[in-house]
Design a protein around this ligand. Structure first.
Ligand SMILES: [Fe+2]
Ligand SMILES: [Fe+2]
Length: 164
């Protein structure tokens, strides 16, 4: 069992990860519509990863004898004007998740829930990686033309991304 407020916060993050998976599919669709199937694949794999993150919260709640609760998903942003806007939006989303993970860590710390602290360690590392991934892509996209030669090279590269 866990303190009620911590269970609630963990359930919120379970649903936030599902929301992230939802939002990444909308980002994939920006690229699918334009025929950039490599970029689309990158975001579809990203979406699957978020689903895996959600299931880590599900499993942890079950392990701690708590019940995972499904909330309603919000409609994600479905309209983007450029690949850069998609990437900036993805980075913003990840920064927001990092903030929420930190808040969870603080709450677990305040309630002396060491099992939860240990569980959340993985997410702290993961968020460092996630933010770096999008910062790096943004750096590569700066100054290049969407649909240009280098962009298409990136599209080929992203076509090979698979779920780890
Ligand atoms: Fe995540
Ligand atoms: Fe993420």
């Amino acid at each position: 069992m866990l303190p009620e407020n911590l269970t609630q916060a963990l359930n919120n993050q379970f649903n936030n990860e599902l929301q992230a998976a939802h939002a990444y599919k909308a980002m994939a669709a920006y690229f699918s519509e334009r025929g950039y199937h490599g970029f689309a694949n990158f975001f579809l794999v990203q979406s699957q990863e978020e689903h895996e993150h959600a299931m880590k919260f599900y499993d942890f709640l079950v392990t701690m004898s708590e019940k995972p609760e499904m909330h309603a998903l919000n409609e994600p942003k479905n309209t983007f004007v450029s690949a850069m806007e998609v990437m900036e939006s993805a980075l913003g989303q990840e920064r927001n998740v990092t903030k929420r993970i930190y808040e969870l860590v603080s709450l677990a710390d305040e309630t002396h829930e060491h099992a939860t602290l240990s569980f959340l360690d993985w997410f702290i590392e993961e968020q460092m990686e996630e933010e770096k991934t999008f910062r790096d892509i943004i750096a590569r996209l700066k100054g290049i033309t969407e649909g240009g030669e280098y962009f298409l090279k990136m599209d080929d590269e992203f076509a090979t991304r698979k779920l780890d």
